[in-house]
Design a binder for this molecule. Structure first.
Ligand code: ZN
Length: 114
């Protein structure tokens, strides 16, 4: 289950960026072609956050669709699964985006804030 390793990586990266501050919210981008299951990441997140500055933090996942270009006719369209077929019948599709996996934003408790 590679989502566990990915989630641990996210938690470590966010923890390092927060630099000791408590983290309230994390926004993660998981493209629909990334082969990462958002539900699995959600499942692992709470566990991975235990005993870290992220304990109790909310996780928000943004899932941009995949965008591909057909080699047959040049059409560009969105897909939400790695395998798809163009209206022209071709299955030779170049992936333009949708494989991204990144941390978009983190929200921390500012020191000294009421
Ligand atoms: Zn096509």
């Amino acid at each position: 289950m590679h989502e566990l390793a990915i989630t641990q990586d996210i938690v470590e990266t966010v923890g390092a960026r927060a630099d000791g501050a408590r983290v309230l919210r994390v926004v993660v981008v998981i493209g629909k072609l990334s082969a990462v299951l958002p539900d699995a990441v959600r499942f692992c997140f709470e566990l991975c956050c235990e005993d870290t500055p992220l304990a109790g933090a909310a996780l928000e996942i943004v899932e941009p669709p995949g965008v591909v270009r057909c080699r047959g006719c040049g059409a560009e369209f969105e897909i939400d699964r790695p395998f798809a077929r163009c209206v022209c019948g071709s299955t030779e599709l170049d992936w333009i985006s949708g494989e991204q996996l990144s941390i978009r934003a983190i929200e921390i408790v500012e020191e000294g804030a009421a």
